[in-house]
Design a binder for this molecule. Structure first.
Ligand code: HEC
Length: 118
């Protein structure tokens, strides 16, 4: 009898453990989705607000003062911290576009998606 209860208890804790195994990564996924930037939105913002000065696509190099997003994505000197700092407080000749934190996240994720795969 005690053995049977133990078996049931163990089964339950196993089910619980399995549920946890699923729940924890899922939680991280949702957390990630709601807090990390969204590349598609970032691309839309870039096309709307940045493309007048920057080349925002995957290819090409800027010929004027503004670096292309492709170049920014693939040059290690543009760290995430640097991009973040710049986008919150750009200096001339780039205008301050008053981006929200979310927009900055989206743009940085979009720029990250332009990184060339090795
Ligand atoms: C009116 C033109 C203009 C617009 C619009 C513009 N930029 Fe720029 N941006 C520039 C110029 C010019 C530079 C180069 C500044 C320099 O090197 O001093 C620059 C530089 C940058 C840099 C590099 C900063 C660094 O650390 O050297 C980033 C990143 C950047 N822009 C992102 C953006 C994003 C994202 C947008 C749209 C939300 C945007 N820019 C819109 C003109 C613009």
């Amino acid at each position: 009898m005690i053995k049977a209860i133990n078996v049931i208890a163990n089964r339950q804790s196993l089910v619980f453990c399995k549920a946890l195994l699923w729940a924890v990564p899922l939680l991280f996924c949702f957390y990630g989705v709601s807090h990390a930037g969204d590349a598609a939105t970032g691309q839309l913002i870039a096309q709307k607000w940045c493309a007048s000065c920057h080349l925002v696509g995957r290819s090409g190099r800027a010929i004027d003062a503004a670096p292309s997003f492709h170049m920014i994505a693939n040059n290690p000197k543009y760290t995430e911290a640097r991009l973040r700092g710049w986008l919150y407080d750009p200096h001339p000749p780039m205008p301050n576009l008053d981006l929200t934190k979310r927009q900055v996240d989206d743009i940085i994720t979009y720029i990250g998606s332009l990184k060339q795969k090795p």
